[in-house]
Design a protein around this ligand. Structure first.
Ligand code: BG6
Length: 495
């Protein structure tokens, strides 16, 4: 079923996110017939564009970034008239009547009320002003048809996130606010719920009795991609762990939901965050490691050190790599560590969850039968590989008793013929349909900040530039991260 008549206003319409992700996602939804017939996207920005020049620019974005560059003939010609541009300074309260006028015009033409979505694709410091200004529009508080989508970062720390939540909640009801975390829109992430709760096989062993540890890695090969200004004020813990990786952790650790209602799923997830151990300030170095990439070679190219990048302080203390050991203090997970790491300029692009099961209680095989101990685990590849592999020991054929790890694999590309929608397609369609299951509620954001704050505070107190560990670009991060996990006798899964 298609959503009702909809107008999407994208603040920051002339920016990169719209160019690379949002319009390509809307275009793919259009090609798949998910968009309503009465539909308009209005890019809002300060740059000068006509409707036509704006459409031309977005077409370039589609040609570069969309999963489908071309639909059937004429599909761009049919789609592009739905796009408009409105030159407006988000901080200028006196201009907002233009938005109201546009809505009235369209509703008169369509002869129906439209659902209205305000997408905040702008620097976080601009969101409060825009939200305040939007509140002058009489329809803003209409829960049935007006929604606001807020991109990450949601606040810079606990305090600012609380202020932002409070401000949004003065103008909008919680059910109108869609705090986006694009990892939750990924097919492989949504599939975690199917894997765990549509099968009986895994759940009985999905607890501290059988799981020795869980690893969550989000490794990236890219560096700053021209976002030095933003990243310098953020760092790996804020940019990836506070949101994407803690959300993934919730999907792995949550209790079974009784239904797929948005609040039921979100209640179960927030329970995980509430149970996560808050680290004492003097314990941070035992559970968290940070580092920056140094200069080096990536392939044949010289790659500058983080501190030499544009927009970065030469004595910067912003981490481009972070690894943290988390514990979830509840009945299911007591004592099972969750090792989380992420970084820029690492060896591979790969987001992988490894669930390592405990060793057999009595291992009767002779030592020489076992070549490697890398078995007895479930490896869930989120991206770019999309598969789930159950790795276990098997007897190698022959007269000798020799064991080798083998795998049973589910691979998306061979199991299904459908193309995978991009995360933003799923999430935008959910906003249009009013389904907030995959979006963050205020309490989830708050808890996630509470979890990382002691680490951020401790790191902020360490100001000696020489104390920041470095790692070579193209490596798997600093030696300190290996030591972190070696404290319990384990090692990272770098495959
Ligand atoms: C964004 C971060 O939220 O996620 C970026 O701000 C990061 O720094 C990106 O590169 C990673 O997303 P994906 O989908 O490519 O894993």
């Amino acid at each position: 079923q298609r959503p009702p008549a909809t107008i999407v206003f994208i603040f920051g319409g002339s920016g990169d996110l719209n160019y690379r992700k949002l319009t390509p996602a809307l275009y793919n939804l259009f090609l798949d017939n998910y968009l309503p017939e009465q539909f308009e996207v209005v890019g809002i920005g300060r740059t000068q564009y006509t409707d036509d020049s704006f459409r031309e620019r977005l077409l370039e974005g589609i040609q570069e970034f969309s999963r489908r560059k071309n639909g059937p003939e004429d599909s761009w010609k049919t789609f592009s008239p739905h796009i408009r541009y409105l030159k407006l300074d988000g901080g200028d309260a006196s201009a907002y009547h233009l938005i109201g006028d546009l809505v009235s015009e369209r509703e008169a033409e369509w002869n129906t009320h439209a659902n209205i979505i305000f997408y905040m694709s702008v620097a976080p410091q601009l969101v409060p002003d825009i939200a305040n200004n939007l509140s002058q529009l009489s329809f803003c508080g209409d829960k049935s048809r007006v929604r606001i989508v807020v991109e990450k970062p949601f606040g810079h720390d606990l305090q600012s996130a609380r202020e932002l939540n409070a401000l949004l909640l003065t103008h909008f009801a919680e059910e109108q606010i869609y705090r986006i975390d694009h990892y939750l829109g990924k097919e492989t992430v949504q599939n975690l719920l199917a894997l765990r709760f549509a099968n009986t096989l895994f759940e009985p062993i999905w607890n501290h009795n059988y799981v020795e540890y869980v690893q969550l890695t989000a490794a990236e090969t890219v560096g700053l991609e021209g976002r030095g200004g933003y990243y310098e004020g953020s760092g790996a813990l804020r940019d990836m762990i506070q949101n994407h990786l803690l959300q993934l952790l919730c999907m792995v650790a949550m209790e079974p939901p009784t239904s797929f209602e948005a609040d039921e799923i979100r209640n179960k997830k927030v329970d995980v965050l509430r149970a996560m151990r808050r680290v004492a300030p003097d314990q941070v170095d035992q559970v968290a490691v940070r580092a920056q990439y140094g200069a080096g070679k990536k392939g044949d190219k010289e790659s500058p050190a983080y501190r030499e990048e544009e927009g970065v302080n030469p004595e910067s203390m912003t981490e481009t790599f972070a690894a943290v050991t988390f514990f979830c203090d509840n009945w299911r997970w007591e004592g099972t560590p969750f090792y989380v790491r992420t970084g820029k300029h690492l060896a591979e692009k790969s987001s992988v969850i490894t669930v390592q099961f405990r060793p057999a209680p009595h291992y009767a095989f002779p030592n020489e039968a076992t070549k490697t101990w890398q078995h007895n685990c479930l490896i869930i590849s989120i991206q770019p590989d999309m598969n789930i592999r159950l790795r276990f020991q098997a007897k190698r054929p022959g007269q000798q008793l020799a064991l080798d790890p083998v795998e049973m694999e589910f691979n998306y590309n061979t199991a299904f013929t459908e193309q995978q929608p991009e995360a933003y397609e799923t999430l935008l369609l959910d906003v249009m349909a009013g389904d907030a299951t995959l979006f963050m509620r205020a309490d989830q954001v708050d808890e996630a900040w509470q979890i990382v704050m002691p680490i951020l505070d401790h790191w902020a107190s360490q100001t000696d530039p020489a104390s920041m560990p470095t790692y070579a670009p193209g490596s798997w991060g600093p030696a300190e991260a290996d030591k972190l996990i070696a404290q319990q006798g384990f090692s990272w899964n770098n495959e």
